[in-house]
Design a binder for this molecule. Structure first.
Ligand code: COA
Length: 330
């Protein structure tokens, strides 16, 4: 019988510097009431300018290693989901690998935007299920402030910086761990949510800087329409195909992009408010960071016990979207 991948540890990091909606009111024509009513966001964290995404990943892993008393030499692989790598190459995972002294691990970055953590979790779980690897770190981390245009009110109010991590290890119980995953992509969404320059199509030049092509761009209304249906679709699908009803879940831990998107998915799954994990008001959208950050906060507040059923769901640029069904095993 193939092994299951079980989550045996978690950690998170949010930079200490808080930027409130009132702080943003001083930068662009917006107001706290608009941001809260349209998104649910009240404040977000901003990482120091001179630090990169790897810093947050390392801090999240340090929290996990302390809790687990984990020797970094025992880690086999580090998968980092991010759209804001420290550098395009070398990978952020290699930087993290060096920083934590995981001398026996290989590292790889994965880009699925806001769905990155769900994709990376599935990838890490597959590594474990092959039997080849025993300890895989799956990090979701983004320094969104590095690609935000603080003159564009349509985007700068939405995002923040943060990171989370889980440790995957093999488990024998077929009913525990990462039980199922639904992953989807639709490349026709590429013109609705993107950062145009900095890749091979539009390498950095005076022109790309002058035209502000190194910032995130979003057609919010179109993305909202897709996100609200697609995230609800995969959340409902993973329940249906596993013969589970919403009331069986301990927690639904969704990507935190917009409270209205979260509420639509929760309604479709027929969940009670106390089953839905929401921290968007404190962090905004930290892209690949949202789900592991929220999971870790629930864990450290004592909210998880062995046997709890969890669903993670996300929607992001690409378009990409997906959900994962997990039974808590520790
Ligand atoms: N402050 C004040 N007004 C703003 C604003 C801001 N920060 N941003 C936009 N507006 C204005 C618009 O200009 C527009 O004005 P108009 O009616 O005069 O043209 C009005 O508010 C409504 O804009 P709209 O974009 O239709 O608002 P919305 O209700 O769709 O909310 C988002 C905007 C971005 C919050 C919402 O579309 C959203 O959450 N989209 C999806 C984000 C997402 O899930 N991303 C997923 C992947 S990460």
């Amino acid at each position: 019988m193939a092994k299951r991948a079980i989550i045996t540890g978690v950690g998170h990091y949010a930079p200490p510097h808080i930027m409130t909606n009132h702080d943003i009111e001083k930068l662009v024509d917006t107001n706290d009431e608009w941001i809260v009513s349209r998104t649910g966001i009240r404040e977000r964290r901003i990482l120091d300018k001179e630090l990169g995404t790897s810093y947050m990943g390392v801090e999240a892993i340090k929290m996990l290693m302390k809790d687990k008393d984990l020797d970094p030499k025992d880690i086999d692989a580090i998968i980092v989901a991010t759209v804001t790598p420290d550098t395009i190459f070398p990978s952020t995972s290699c930087r993290i690998q060096e920083a934590i002294g995981a001398v026996n691990a290989f590292g790889v970055d994965l880009n699925a935007a806001c769905s990155g953590f769900v994709y990376a979790l599935m990838t890490g779980a597959s590594y474990i299920e092959t039997g080849r690897y025993k300890k895989v770190l799956v990090v979701g981390a983004d320094k969104m402030s590095s690609i935000l245009n603080f003159k564009d009110r349509a985007t700068c109010v939405l995002f923040g910086d943060g990171a989370g991590v889980v440790l995957l290890e093999p488990g024998d119980d077929p009913d525990s761990g990462v039980l199922d995953c639904v992953l989807r992509s639709d490349g026709s969404g590429k013109d609705c949510l993107y950062m145009e320059a900095g890749g091979s199509l539009h390498p950095a030049s005076h022109e790309t800087v002058d035209k502000e092509m190194h910032f995130i761009y979003q057609d919010g209304r179109t993305v909202f329409k897709f996100a609200v249906t697609r995230m609800a679709d995969v959340s409902a699908e993973i329940l249906e195909r596993n013969n589970i009803s919403g009331s069986d879940l301990r927690y639904f831990i969704p990507h935190q992009a917009n409270l209205r998107i979260i509420e639509a998915a929760a309604k479709r799954m027929k969940l009670e408010p106390e089953q839905v994990v929401v921290n968007i008001e404190r962090y905004g959208n930290t892209t690949a960071g949202t789900i592991p950050l929220a999971l870790s906060e629930v864990y450290y507040s004592g909210g998880l016990k062995k046997g709890d059923l969890l669903v993670f769901s996300a929607f992001g640029a690409g378009f990409t979207w997906g959900s994962a069904l997990v039974r808590w095993a520790i």
